[in-house]
Design a binder for this molecule. Sequence first.
Ligand code: SDX
Length: 437
Amino acid sequence: MPENTLTITDNRTGQTYTVPIEDGAIRAMALRQIKTDAEDFGLMTYDPAFMNTASCRSSITYIDGDKGILRYRGYPIEVLAERCTFLEVAFLLLFGELPTQAELKNWTHEITYHTMLHESTKKFMEGFRYDAHPMAMFVSTVAALSGIYPESKQVHDANNRLLQIKRLIGKVPSISAMAYRHNMGFPYVYPDNDLSYAENFMNMLWKMVEPKYVANPVLARALDILFILHADHEQNCGTNAMRSVASSHADPYLSTAAAAAALAGPLHGGANEEVLKMLDEIGTKDNVPAYIKKVKEGHTKLMGFGHRVYKNYDPRAKIIKWTAEQVFEVTGRNPKLDVALELERIALEDEYFVKRKLYPNVDFYSGIMYQAMGFKPAMFTVLFAIPRTVGWLSQWQELINDPEQKIARPRQIYTGYGKREFVPMEKRTAPAPVAAR
Ligand code: SDX
């Protein structure tokens, strides 16, 4: 029997089938030949939430969940966070190689000169209630850019794609800052092209009446590192949304908006905001044991803990913990850190969490740091969406260039009625209680 094959015996018919094993996987379509008779549709796989289904081939990000490994284009996240700027890592994710000095200079210039927003965006932003959630404003405004750049629908034109990619990377900080300023009732601040990507974001967020904003370099570097850590994470929920929507050849603005909408969920990128709510609810270290008990009884989740892939400590959480200490040197220590450290200490010793391999993930410490920097919790997921836009666009490029990819359209296992006779209005009775159906 040839190596790298799987032999399957269908006990319904006694037939055997041999399917190739490629890269540790079998093609789901290889199962369709397994039928009981000529009328049979053939076997499918059933995998709710894609627990064990590869949707694509990708060379962008590698994760080993058991070993707590994360690499972008083969480079360990720890090295990139220490040695690179965010725009340098953005270049790596998008083009596959670290940029030369000249490439990085040009790339930084290109992104810097795409940070301005069309003035009509202001009117769009003014349509939101003053207290609208920044993620609602982010998702909507990113989608609205589709109307400003209609040529972005030419998704098969490589030069057009690159122009939209530069626009999106340049503009997501501007949109995010605009949403924050709208919440605060402050006038919008225009980009300052003299500043770095992180410094300019801080400028658009926090400049008041001073003639020129000067960013604290420690805080700017901390933000840059956090952007690097959040840039991509292979086929997570938001990226799956990006790929699914983009597979219909929707333009990159609408696809990115869909990805950001997925990220906003509390189980995904919205978790960092939920962690702060959880820490506020716990209040002090003394209350931690009671909260842990609530979690173990299934009444709530320990937000910022657990991961579909990492069954070890999320490598990003370690770096964030270190970065937070650098920030606290400048801002003063966030007292919530003590509660978080106690939560982590108890959870990592408790059989409930150990058995389920629940460790702190990227969201556990990031919010504590962001709050110390002056961000409101509602902005935390926006701080995730800004850098993850680079990851979504990198995955979009890969999807468009992958000859195997088609419009995403999963199958289903139908559990509804068989064919029924129509019931005319006069013969309909009050609906049976749902349980009785
Ligand atoms: C991100 O996918 C990515 O890469 C995402 C991300 C990225 O960079 O894109 O890394 C970013 O989304 C990080 C995750 C942020 N979310 C949270 O912190 C929310 C809290 N975490 C959980 O909701 C959960 O851990 C998930 C959603 C992250 C993962 O869920 P899974 O893989 O579907 O696991 P599960 O829900 O099936 O849990 C397995 C068991 C269950 O217990 P039992 O039913 O077996 O008894 O572990 C329990 C769960 O109840 N469990 C938790 C828990 N997470 C899982 N129990 C308490 N607290 C938790 N946080």
